[in-house]
Design a protein. Structure first.
Length: 282
């Protein structure tokens, strides 16, 4: 069924309960590549239960499955891509806890024969106190679903400075990293099954975009937060190309008075995999 605009903006899903443990927190950090060197005392607090800290982008997976499903919106799921991801941290993310997730469709943009852009929001509230912990915005690009009569103008993306990066970091992904990351919740077989990957047009299973998103968060924590996760207040990316497990990522970062811009590339393949990245740090 086509997108029913503006009725689609009334879609909501409220009151879903999710929980996570210290095991989930450590698994997530390992899945985005932290702890590769057990002697690294900066990363150890994210993968060891003593004084355990959560990587802020863990918010993307602790309520995996929350949100308005594509079929409720009227999207052609096989032709819908994950375009952008953002999180705002209203308080530090605990290493274990329980949340109530409330989700809604925030905006839908009509790109005509190019497709549609859909922004969905999920707010995570502490199940005990009701305090807001995080707001997640997930943007999809539906290549087959334009022409429904909605607004055409999408928000302008964040642009990085034109000067040379302030910091450049390199991260080697593992050949089995997608198999590890999928244990955090997203078991899409595209990231594990070679036959399904080939049918989708890829030579090999690809890494989850949200894993690359987490690696970029790790880069911001290292470059400008001294690995203090409480200093990161928001983190947003635009996905521009897939990462192949085993790729070496180069993350370029700029810091302008607490506004961190970043992009991620795979130099060996000549592709930019993350564009328009933006974080806010204290």
């Amino acid at each position: 069924m086509p997108i029913d605009y503006p009725a689609v903006l009334d879609l909501k899903e409220t009151g879903r309960r999710f929980s996570w443990t210290d095991r989930d927190t450590m698994l997530y950090a390992l899945a985005i590549g932290m702890g590769a060197n057990p002697l690294d005392r900066d990363e150890l607090p994210f993968v060891y239960e003593r004084n355990l800290k959560a990587v802020p982008t863990l918010a993307a997976v602790i309520a995996w499955g929350a949100g308005i499903a594509p079929d409720r919106i009227g999207l052609d799921r096989p032709r819908t891509l994950h375009g952008e991801e953002a999180v705002i941290l209203h308080r530090s993310l605990p290493s274990a806890g329980e949340v109530i997730a409330d989700s809604r469709v925030v905006a839908v943009y009509d790109k005509g024969d190019k497709g549609a852009v859909i922004e969905r929001e999920t707010v995570l509230n502490d199940a005990g106190s009701g305090e807001r912990i995080a707001t997640i915005t997930r943007t999809a690009f539906a290549r087959a679903d334009g022409g429904f009569g909605g607004p055409m103008q999408t928000p302008m993306p964040h642009e990085p400075p034109r000067r040379s990066p302030d910091v450049v970091l390199e991260f080697a992904t593992r050949r089995d990293q997608a198999l590890l990351y999928r244990l955090c919740g997203d078991r899409n077989p595209l990231h594990a099954d070679p036959d399904i990957a080939r049918a989708a047009g890829f030579a090999t299973p690809i890494l989850h975009g949200l894993c690359t998103y987490g690696i970029c968060c790790r880069a911001v924590l290292q470059a400008f937060c001294g690995f203090d996760s409480e200093r990161l207040k928001s983190h947003a990316v635009r996905f521009s190309a897939p990462v192949i497990p085993g790729d070496v990522l180069t993350v370029k970062l700029w810091n302008d008075a607490g506004v961190v811009s970043f992009e991620a590339e795979v130099p060996a393949r000549g592709v930019t995999v993350i564009k328009n990245g933006k974080s806010r740090v204290d």
